[in-house]
Ligand binder design. Structure first.
Ligand code: ADP
Length: 620
């Protein structure tokens, strides 16, 4: 059973929603407000003019007056209709734009999070859930604009209705009307008023109860959407197509469609619509229809008794019905407000994830001599929520301008070491020092700028080749060209008609070029070279290559790296034997350190053991 929603909290959280949406689209709410005002008063304008014409027709039938009303009516209704159409168009355009713009909030959040938060699976799941809530019925941030629209239209419509309906109650039936004079009695008027408002509220409450059923099924919907996203689009993912075809996965996938899926004909949502939810919704609508009948009887009886002429019946029935409809809609809106509160809480929980990483203010002075010295002092680290030490008591000092290799079996902590060095995470114990100062004390962006890293799972994006290398649309073409040539991509670049402007991959551009894994890796290396940072790190970007090819690339890279401090990571020892210093990681600890010759001479060490185990595959 869901807890009762606190109304103050529901209103406050929706106001915050308006504020957030206003931030990304400042024109949206002013236009929406105008659209709502015009929408709310339009029915009354039509009712008002037709009532005047009818009144004249039913009474004096003066030609000149009738003509004036007809012209005024055509003009009035015409202008309002045009205004309504223009505002509706503008509102729709801004609304479509808002669907995209609100993503800015999430993108900014995701990209400004501490990396450790950004990397957490739970935060990714959280974001996906927000998206799924939105896609199954617009719940969350976008529902806020819907609530706002109905609220403004409802309040203005209701107030205009009340103003126009007052004289329906206030116009007395003449004494000659016999028993009908009972309608003049204040008690009768009070009871009638309460009845109309009360029953509209009751009808709205039924609709609200119907709407609330959605939130009872929120988890089911989220799960249903998750399955749908996973299985529904399996065929559209190119990278999965070979596996699906070769392993007959299509059968597994179609099993999903064979079941009663959440949103299917026999699924829980359809059942809910046919049950409680449908009954409540129908009751709400039935009750408003009954009140409309009631209003007709009351208005006609008053006209029959002589309180006003026949022409006014249209005005009063129109106004009173619109008023009742608006009260009904406003009460129903409470249900939407309550149901959406939980979804908004989820949204803001995500947008409010705090950044806890310490942000220092020192600059990493750009030293022309590139003399940066890094030291790991008794560093230990666990991934958030893991409970296992990925690194334990690591001590190490880099010699500037040298070639450092980090070797070890898979899972020994090599990548984690690099992640800490680049401050993607902070260690729980110990310190990492740059020129003797804890790296936490430097400005984060500044510190990041001294590293160029090519990770194993590097990613290029569907943008022109040159922009990929430079990480920007505006760049120094000569330098990008040189970086690509140095990385071994020169020949391929020469064969590209559009050169640096060649679009990578075909996902976003028909004339895009699909590059092979090896070519992509060269582009990634060129990107690291273009950054021209004092530290350059290769974290097994060559894992897909054979050991000899990897050793060749590492050897070549050694020349390109020049006076930079280069760090090479590999689980293949042969690739790194040329390095000045080799550090051996084992189960998160540094177990050995030295040159290849000294390490291989220690026949009891891990390095010797690994060297021999691997050597048999490729030395002879
Ligand atoms: P290597 O680069 O030597 O293959 P890693 O540094 O990637 O090893 O991993 C070291 C240990 O940390 C492994 O036990 C691995 O399972 C764990 N690990 C790596 N990344 C994460 C992560 N994001 N969350 C939790 N544990 C991780």
């Amino acid at each position: 059973m869901k807890e009762k929603v606190n109304m103050r909290h529901a209103v406050a959280i929706h106001l915050r929603g308006i504020k957030e949406l206003h931030k990304v689209s400042p024109k949206f709410f002013p236009v929406l407000t105008l659209h709502c005002i015009v929408n709310a008063v339009t029915p009354y304008i039509t009712v008002f003019f037709s009532a005047q014409i009818l009144k004249e027709l039913a009474s004096l039938r003066r030609d000149d007056i009738l003509w004036k009303w007809v012209v005024a009516s055509v003009l009035g209704v015409g202008i309002v209709t045009i205004l309504k159409a223009v505002l509706w168009r503008r509102y729709q355009t801004l609304l479509n734009d808002l669907w995209g713009r609100k993503e800015i909030l999430f993108i900014h959040k995701m990209f400004s999070l501490d990396f450790s938060e950004m990397d957490k699976q739970s935060n990714h799941d959280h974001r996906i859930q927000i998206r799924q809530n939105e896609s199954w019925s617009g719940w969350g941030l976008m529902k806020v604009q819907e609530v706002y629209e109905h609220l403004v239209t409802g309040v203005i419509g209701m107030l205009s209705g009340i103003v126009l309906t007052i004289s329906l109650f206030a116009s007395p039936v003449p004494d000659t009307a016999g028993w009908l004079t009972v309608m003049n009695h204040p008690l009768f008027i009070l009871i009638m008023g309460i009845l109309m408002v009360g029953v509209s509220i009751l009808a709205g409450k039924f609709t609200a109860a119907s709407t609330k059923c959605w939130s009872e099924f929120a988890e089911e919907a989220a799960f249903g959407n998750r399955l749908f996203e996973h299985f529904g689009f399996a065929g559209t993912q190119k990278e999965r197509s070979i596996d699906i075809r070769m392993n007959d996965q299509q059968r597994l996938i179609s099993t999903y469609w064979a079941k009663d899926v959440s949103f299917g004909v026999m699924g829980p949502f359809n059942k809910m619509a046919q049950g409680k939810m449908g009954i409540y919704a129908s009751l709400g609508v039935c009750i408003t229809t009954i009140i409309t009948g009631f209003i007709y009887v009351f208005t006609c009886l008053k006209a029959w008794g002589g309180a006003f002429d026949v022409g006014s019946i249209t005005q009063y029935v129109g106004a009173a019905t619109a008023m009742v409809d608006n009260i009904f809609a406003l009460t129903g809106l409470i249900g939407v407000l309550e149901a959406n509160t939980g979804y908004l809480e989820k949204t803001f929980e995500f947008l409010d994830i705090p950044n806890t990483m310490y942000q220092g203010s020192l600059t990493t002075e750009k030293r022309s001599d590139r003399r940066y010295e890094v030291e790991f002092r008794d560093v230990s680290f666990q991934y958030p929520g893991s409970g296992i030490w990925a690194l334990r008591h690591v001590n190490m000092k880099f010699k500037v301008g040298k070639r450092l290799a980090i070797v070890g079996e898979n899972g020994s902590g090599k990548t984690t070491f690099i992640k800490l060095l680049c401050r993607l995470y902070d260690p729980q114990e110990g310190q990492i020092l740059l020129n003797g100062i804890d790296i936490r004390k430097y400005r984060y962006d500044d510190y990041m700028n001294i590293f160029s890293v090519v990770f194993q799972d590097f990613q290029l994006i569907c943008q022109p080749l040159g922009a990929n290398v430079a990480g920007s649309m505006h760049y120094d073409r000569n330098r990008v060209q040189k970086a690509l040539v140095d990385a071994g991509f020169g020949e391929r670049l020469a064969s590209m008609e559009k050169g640096l402007d060649t679009m990578l991959y075909k996902k976003l551009s028909e004339d895009g070029v699909e590059v092979s894994g090896g070519e992509a890796q060269k582009i990634a290396i060129a990107r690291a070279l273009y950054k021209d940072a004092p530290f350059i790190i290769l974290d097994e970007p060559t894992a897909a290559l054979d050991p000899i090819a990897e050793a060749e690339i590492y050897g070549k890279f050694d020349k390109i790296a020049g006076d930079k401090t280069a760090i090479y990571i590999s689980h293949r020892l042969s690739s790194c034997k040329f390095c000045d210093e080799i550090v051996v990681f084992h189960e998160g600890k540094v177990t050995q350190q030295g040159t290849h010759t000294s390490l291989v001479a220690d026949t009891k060490g891990k390095y010797f053991q690994l060297w021999n185990a691997q050597a048999q595959y490729y030395t002879e």
